[in-house]
Design a protein around this ligand. Sequence first.
Ligand code: NAP
Length: 279
Amino acid sequence: MSAQLIDGNALAACIRAQVADKVKTLATPPGLAVILVGDDPASQVYVKHKVADCEGVGMRSLLERHPATLSEADLLGRIAALNADPAVHGILVQMPLPKHIDPKRVIEAIDVRKDVDGYSVQSAGELMCNLPGFKPCTPYGCMKLLETTGVDPRGKTAVVIGRSNTVGKPMALLLLQANATVMLCHSGTPDLGQFTRQADIVVAAVGKRNVLTHDMVKPGAVVIDVGMNRNDEGKLCGDVDFENVRQVAGWITPVPGGVGPMTRAMLLVNTLEAAGSGL
Ligand code: NAP
């Protein structure tokens, strides 16, 4: 049996179309400010996509590029100005920042009502306490991908591999909110397979190829691959041994074309919410 593919490109296109329809009904278009410090090539590509996504749905985007020499104080000053700007509903600072700038201080400087990445301590606390707030875009997108399978997490066993503040931990909390029984695994987990083999839902968010192989997967499980790695040919691949795991799993996300486009789509959803509207 071969797993059904969960098509992140198609779902993201559908969400973008819904956001665009909603934006048309608003008197003022939602505005997203994107700040890029330095010239990291990958960051430049991400930022370009985020700006294009905004424009594609009729939102305003404000791209600020600063040299890597920008001081932390000056960056905090720019964030204060954007916090005070009523035409800016969401603020995103592209990571990583140059070493002399403390990313935590920068994230905490963003007005929590404009924290569309959902990275601040307050946003994280809101998620933990089941309060309304911005959910980090990647795990939020994974939940939407899971929804399309029709597999209700209630009463299911879910394993999240990776415990970062931006992906693994919020992913585990969202699955918990959806009434799954959740195990959160990490680099110190001995024999990862003994946990993943019990899981109806596995989310891999590690950043290492082949962390999840076919012998570690319960037949019929939903497998969501967040990882972004390069294979020996230099092509983008995930954390999951896709070709072999797809023979065992019930549903699986490809890389590329799975979680990546959904992360971008959920940024638009969060920006829409920041402007006081929802889907
Ligand atoms: P991260 O901060 O480096 O966290 C990686 C996590 O994986 C850590 O918790 C680490 O455990 C755990 N880990 C490392 N080796 C492991 C192993 N052998 N077995 C089990 N767990 C292991 O990375 P991240 O920011 O969460 O991102 C994870 C991956 O997702 C990366 O490839 C990243 O590029 C990708 N990503 C993709 C998107 C997207 O839109 N597609 C968005 C965000 C991230 P410890 O905590 O013990 O060190």
